[in-house]
Design a binder for this molecule. Structure first.
Ligand SMILES: NC(=O)c1ccc[n+]([C@@H]2O[C@H](COP(=O)([O-])OP(=O)(O)OC[C@H]3O[C@@H](n4cnc5c(N)ncnc54)[C@H](OP(=O)(O)O)[C@@H]3O)[C@@H](O)[C@H]2O)c1
Length: 199
């Protein structure tokens, strides 16, 4: 399969790409590295990326940001960071990517545990994760020639140092399980699913 991984050099993305490269052609996209450059907050940039890579069999997004701050500190503009990046960035990847996806192909978006079990400072990050879950379930009802799922993980093993302060008492998702959650969406048959691993 020919697989586009947006954010494929990130913490989670690099684990997925390592595994996929054993059997598939992987195209990595991000703003600052990879095979092709894209900024998912800019739909013109998404269009240029798809025009340069032509058809793929799977689109995987492990990119997108949201502002983490106390509820009292988050401004309206702060919420739009997550809306433009993690939410509409991924929604637009799915919307626009459909035209470049082979029949029977798949779209995999990334959310996270905050959608169901938020922690402090995540009003914005949790909100966009939940919105993507609803988008995936609803859009799958109408997308006929392809599958669409979201992978929602707890704190991953490789991100423990960065995030453990925010997630007291949480266990991490081992790398093998991180990869398997994505393989289930990319290589399996599910659609409209939120593939969850909260250890
Ligand atoms: N880490 C965890 O424990 C965990 C758990 C559950 C869910 N998640 C979610 O999973 C996703 C990935 O997490 P991560 O820890 O792997 O993050 P990461 O290490 O920061 O990697 C994110 C990747 O996305 C790219 N990216 C960011 N913004 C982009 C944009 N606007 N356009 C194109 N590419 C962009 C970055 O590359 P460039 O800077 O080159 O663009 C980078 O390669 C995030 O949405 C995160 O919320 C993470």
């Amino acid at each position: 399969m020919r697989i586009l991984v947006v954010g494929g050099n990130g913490t989670i993305g690099k684990r997925i790409c390592e595994a996929l490269k054993e059997e598939h052609e992987v195209i990595i996209a991000s703003r600052n590295s990879g095979d092709v450059q894209v900024d998912i907050t800019d739909s013109a940039s998404i269009k240029t990326m798809f025009q340069s890579i032509y058809t793929v069999d799977a689109i995987v997004s492990v990119a997108g940001e949201a502002k983490w701050a106390s509820f009292s500190e988050l401004s309206e503009e702060d919420y739009y960071i997550g809306i433009r990046s993690k939410l509409m960035g991924q929604v637009n990847l799915a919307r626009m990517g459909l035209d470049y996806l082979s029949d029977g192909g798949s779209i995999t978006l990334t959310t996270g545990i905050l959608a169901d079990h938020p922690v402090l400072k995540t009003s914005s990050a949790a909100m966009v994760n939940g919105a993507i879950h609803s988008f995936v379930k609803a859009s799958a009802l109408e997308i006929k020639h392809a599958r669409i799922n979201a992978v929602s993980l707890g704190m991953v093993e490789d991100a423990y140092e960065k995030y453990h302060y925010y997630f007291p008492g949480h266990n991490t998702v081992p790398n093998k399980r991180v990869v398997n959650a994505f393989l289930k969406s990319i290589l399996g048959a599910e659609t409209g699913s939120i593939i969850i691993d909260y250890p």
